[in-house]
Design a protein around this ligand. Structure first.
Ligand code: NAD
Length: 909
């Protein structure tokens, strides 16, 4: 079987809005509005037919063995060289074997289909095995006419051969006429066009149907044996008429792509064929016809192999990657239709030494560098001495191709002084994955798109054109990977290892899918038990989620251990460490329900729920915490429930276990603080099997786990700085739940303990919940208990301090208020970290009854006080009692909390 074995496409990223052409030229040529729909593709200033052919061919060669190629046919009517093998430039850029036959096909719009036909016939003859056929065109038009609107730039490539054929070649039919609707004299830049009506009626309308009918007759088939009919014709109505003439179902005719990119000349029938293959299913029968001085029509049948083809950008990917401009002047400049002043720097000599180009052709045209045989370090350019300082081997470099190696921006600049067609001139250092760096020009991007770390890919482009001698110099440039900048702004978990318990279903599964989609390596733990935790369990749920993650390109491992035992917990974490080498994220999510009203709650139902929820979190978190402590990073999410936070009839066991997890978090957040381990708790609400008989049916339907996922994913991220908080999440609604403490009442004194009657008498003050506050830990609760309740005050007037205190002045004054007599025997270092306007670091050293206050961080503070500048100003001017600042969370104290109480004793504030 012979036929097409692969395909690729390239449409330049730039698109010119056709209305921009009309808006600028409509005063002169009002009729062009008739075709001013959509946009036309437009080469960047550094693109031409060869660069586009190389781009489409790289797309076509994804997953293919380049060394097996023995032919390259390049078709175009806009080749940059009249006498230099243009296909040879492309072959060198693609690092194809020197033993190939490289050939240019040109001088007619059907050169693309003819090149494809010639390649297929050559394979059929047995003379060659694999030929790459590529067609590209960048046609110039005078401004303000239909052709400027109709035309676009683009390329398509096909690999033809006899193995792994995706579209079997069944036959062809050609007609040749010296029909001249337009021509381009060999010295001319633009086509000379004859009247459109004649081109349409005598050309397209007659010649394409003749060739297609001839093909059908030759193969003894009818139009009913064609599932996709592909032919170019930029006259929109005539494109439809041709189908009508052939009695083809309009649904089966491939659109002419006018709105999306315009007609890409020699490449167009092949670009449309690539699109047809992209959409094809095995068994589809395709006719493609190329038009120009006659017509060639070819018939293909798509095979099963198409489903195994490696993913590629193709036509759809190229169309999606676009930047539309309405800057008509830019179009004119890029096409050299205007000649603005480029400055004297642009006059620098540009002559290319053919000797150097020949010697360095692999490096310049093929981006071939070296890799050291001794230490495997890649480098560009290839040198005699290995760049690795630990190696330094001599003459140890093998050829190493960089063109397809992913890279990232290391440094970049936008240079307004350097000569550039599209200023600023953008360039910088790129770092290749696996080693190797290069100073590269950046193209197909705006300066604002660039940032350090941005993923880049290499593109073969024009570097300089030597207009005096008619020579074009090509080299490789770096282009941002489409969509990478947006991806960089997304919260990612690359390299982070996440353990999710109970991830075989419901919420856990949704967490696992999201974290894996954003780069995390996931341990999908699930016992696969029944809703009530009974039964032996099953590997199926965890395995299925792992399969789902892998199908989406993520990495995950299944684990079937029971969280309810200490061994199970250890084994889950061991699985993470053995498979991925670390643990960064743990979501304690596994859960069961055994609901009964309290008196019917037998010990086994009580215990089973305690074991899975509370015991499970303890069993898995403990070994995970040890691994996280080692790494200095950890994110732990506990799963509580509204049933625990607020109560729910029939769920005493579940409520108690769920609320116990809040207690576990409260203390773990303190123990994890030093190691950057943040511990938070989620109270989800989602439709899953657990609450299906508790939730009202209409709410159950609306509550998808995906509405909880973002909150849990955020709590698992590097970006999350929160620790010790509880969040309700469900149906897109998120809020924080907290344990709050009322202002209460102070009854009795040191000599008179309060009586039961005092409690009764003060009940309303004790029971009042107004003016509540959140207490950061048990110290805060203790302080709150011993500090007097603040008096209800009238609305506080705005003090000058609140408008922005002078923090430096406060510290300058502080030493003046130091009470040396109160500092007898005191040896302490206070560190103040003041945030906000005027803030910074100050330290205060009290030793031998002296006080030294200095700006900056002390190496060994005993007690660190953290406050916002406004609150600090309030506190130091007596407007905010220190205790109140502390209990309200405005003052955060780290280290020896009790020492902070000395401040009020040591200074008269
Ligand atoms: P689910 O039943 O769909 O998923 C729970 C998963 O945990 C199941 O796949 C189960 O096999 C697994 N599991 C049970 N016991 C296990 C064990 N001992 N070891 C390992 N895996 C075990 O339930 P869901 O609704 O997705 O619930 C997830 C968590 O969220 C639970 O902790 C639940 O209590 C909590 N929660 C859910 C809701 C809700 O509205 N869905 C509300 C509040 C709390």
């Amino acid at each position: 079987m012979i036929g097409i074995t692969s395909y690729g496409a390239y449409i330049p990223r730039l698109r010119l809005d056709r209305m921009a052409i009309f808006q600028n030229m409509g005063w002169f040529a009002p009729a062009i509005v008739m075709v001013a729909q959509g946009e036309r593709s437009m080469c960047n200033w550094d693109e031409d037919a060869i660069t586009m052919a190389v781009a489409a061919s790289r797309d076509c060669l994804v997953g293919q063995d380049r060394s097996a190629l023995d032919g390259l046919y390049l078709a175009s009517t806009t080749l940059p060289f009249a006498d230099r093998q243009n296909a040879g430039i492309a072959a060198t850029a693609l690092n194809l074997p020197n033993s190939i036959l490289a050939s240019d096909f040109t001088a007619s719009q059907k050169a693309g289909t003819n090149a494809l036909l010639a390649a297929l016939e050559s394979i059929k003859s047995g003379e060659r095995r694999n030929i790459l056929v590529t067609a590209a065109d960048k046609r110039e038009t005078k401004p303000g006419y239909f052709y400027e609107m109709w035309f676009g730039d683009g390329a398509a490539s096909f690999l033809v051969g006899s193995e792994d054929v995706i579209a079997e070649y069944k036959g062809s039919y050609s007609v040749s006429y010296d029909f001249v609707p337009h021509y381009r004299g060999s010295e001319k830049q633009y086509d000379y066009m004859w009247e459109e009506r004649w081109t349409r009626d005598e050309g397209y309308a007659k010649i394409i149907p003749e060739a297609v009918s001839g093909l059908l007759d030759k193969l003894e088939i009818t139009i009913a044996d064609v599932d996709r009919l592909v032919y170019p014709c930029f006259f929109k109505a005539e494109h439809k008429n041709i189908a009508r003439k052939l009695e083809a179902d309009p649904e089966k005719v491939m659109g002419n792509m006018h709105e999306e990119c315009g007609e890409t000349g020699v490449a167009h029938p092949l670009l449309m064929l690539a699109r047809a293959l992209e959409e094809a299913r095995p068994g589809d029968r395709i006719v493609v016809a190329g038009f120009g001085q006659g017509c060639s029509a070819l018939y293909f049948v798509v095979t099963d192999a198409i489903e195994k083809l490696a993913p590629r950008t193709g036509v759809s990917g190229s169309l999606a990657n676009k930047e539309t401009t309405d800057n008509y002047a830019k179009w004119l400049k890029f096409r050299e239709l205007i000649d603005p002043e480029m400055g004297i720097r642009a006059e620098a000599p540009t002559q290319t030494a053919m000797t150097t180009l020949w010697r360095k052709r692999d490096m310049i045209l093929g981006l071939v560098g070296g890799r050291c045989r001794e230490c495997r370090t890649p480098q560009f350019p290839k040198m005699d001495i290995c760049v690795n300082p630990d190696c330094g081997a001599h003459h140890s470099q093998d050829d190493y191709e960089f063109a397809d190696v992913p890279a990232r921006v290391k440094t970049f600049t936008g240079d307004l002084l350097a000569v550039s067609v599209d200023p600023p001139h953008k360039y910088g250092m790129i770092q290749f994955e696996g080693g190797g760096r290069m100073m590269a020009d950046f193209t197909d991007c705006a300066f604002d798109d660039l940032k350090v770390g941005l993923p880049m890919q290499m593109a073969f482009r024009k570097r300089v054109a030597d207009k005096d001698r008619g020579f074009v110099n090509y080299f490789w440039k770096a282009v941002p990977v489409p969509g990478a900048a947006e991806e960089m702004d997304r919260i990612r978990y690359d390299g982070r290892v996440a353990v999710i318990t109970g991830a075989g279903a419901g919420l856990g599964r949704a967490y696992a899918l999201e974290l894996a989609a954003r780069g995390a390596l996931v341990v999908v733990n699930d016992l696969g038990g029944a809703r009530g935790g009974s039964g032996d369990g099953s590997a199926a749920p965890a395995d299925e989620v792992v399969r789902e993650i892998e199908a989406l390109g993520g990495r995950a491992v299944a684990n079937y251990d029971n969280v309810a035992s200490a061994e199970g917990g250890k084994s889950i974490i061991k699985c993470a460490l053995d498979t991925f080498g670390r643990v960064d994220i743990l979501v304690n999510n596994a859960g069961i329900l055994r609901d009964k009203s309290f008196l019917k709650m037998e010990p086994e139902n009580w215990q089973a729920v305690m074991d899975v929820h509370l015991g499970g979190a303890y069993n898995v978190t403990r070994p995970a915490f040890a691994a996280m402590k080692e790494n200095g990073f950890g994110r732990v999410v506990m799963t509580t429930s509204a049933a625990g936070l607020y109560g729910n009839f029939g769920q005493t066991n579940y409520s108690a276990a769920k609320m116990a997890l809040v207690g576990l978090m409260n203390t773990l957040k303190l123990e994890g603080r030093k190691y950057n381990i943040k511990v938070n708790t989620i109270a989800p609400l989602a439709a899953s099997r657990l609450p299906e008989d508790i939730m009202p049916p209409d709410i159950f339907k609306k509550a998808k786990p995906e509405y909880v996922v973002p909150m849990v994913a955020y709590l698992c991220s590097d970006e999350c700085t929160e620790s010790g908080a509880i969040f309700n999440a469900g149906m897109g609604y998120f809020n924080r739940a907290a344990i709050l403490t009322g202002t209460g009442a102070q009854i009795g004194d040191a000599d008179n303990p309060p009586t039961v009657e005092d409690i009764e008498a003060n009940w309303s003050a004790i029971d009042a919940i107004g003016g509540t506050k959140e207490l950061a830990d048990v110290n805060a609760a203790f302080m709150d208990l011993i500090s007097p309740a603040p008096e209800e005050s009238a609305e506080k007037e705005e003090t000058p301090a609140a408008a922005g205190p002078d923090i430096q002045a406060i510290f300058d004054n502080l030493s003046g208020t130091f009470k040396a007599e109160a500092a007898a025997g005191v040896d302490v270092v206070f560190q103040f970290t003041i945030s906000g306007k005027g803030g910074g670091e100050w330290n205060c050293v009290i030793k031998d009854q002296t006080c030294t206050i200095a700006k900056g961080a002390h190496a060994k503070p005993v007690c660190t006080l953290k406050m916002a500048a406004v609150d600090f100003g309030d506190m130091m001017t007596g407007n905010l009692p220190a205790m109140q600042a502390y209990t309200s969370g405005k003052l955060i104290i780290e280290g020896d909390v009790m020492k902070s109480q000395l401040i009020e004793k040591l200074f008269s504030i």
